[in-house]
Design a protein around this ligand. Structure first.
Ligand code: HEC
Length: 111
């Protein structure tokens, strides 16, 4: 119950750190630099991921992904979101490409 009250603030903080941490050092897989500018990553996470990965990315039905960037790079995260697997559903159809990319960029920056 305690976490319910504070999750918005907690999440926004996590999101802000993630977004600033992955500013300039993206691999050159895609040339579109401003891809996350018009995508609300925290909204996406709330809509699609929070039910399994928790309001602080702490995990639940899915694993803790607070530091997922240490384990997986952006391309691997994209693939994971697209294909799902191991109990996670695929989101390839549900999500626009730019949304997927923004989400993966953010997660890859969490270290
Ligand atoms: C129905 C529950 C569910 C939903 C919804 C879900 N996931 Fe997952 N996710 C899982 C499970 C379970 C795993 C672990 C799969 C495995 O063991 O390979 C996982 C694994 C992952 C991993 C790999 C973690 C690692 O350390 O290897 C990432 C990244 C991830 N999810 C991101 C997301 C994102 C982003 C979303 C929203 C778009 C999302 N997940 C939505 C259940 C879910």
């Amino acid at each position: 119950m305690k976490m319910r009250v504070s999750w918005v603030g907690g999440f926004m903080l996590v999101a802000a750190i993630g977004l600033t941490a992955c500013g300039g050092d993206q691999p050159s897989a895609t040339p579109s630099a401003s891809v996350s500018a018009n995508v609300n990553v925290s909204k996406l996470y709330q809509n699609y991921c929070i039910s399994c990965h928790g309001n602080q990315l702490q995990g639940g039905q899915g694993p803790n992904i607070q530091k997922v960037g240490e384990r997986l790079d952006e391309a691997e995260i994209v693939k994971r979101i697209q294909k799902g697997g191991g109990g996670m559903p695929p989101f390839q159809v549900t999500m626009k490409e730019e949304e997927l990319k923004a989400l993966a960029t953010w997660l890859a920056g969490l270290k």
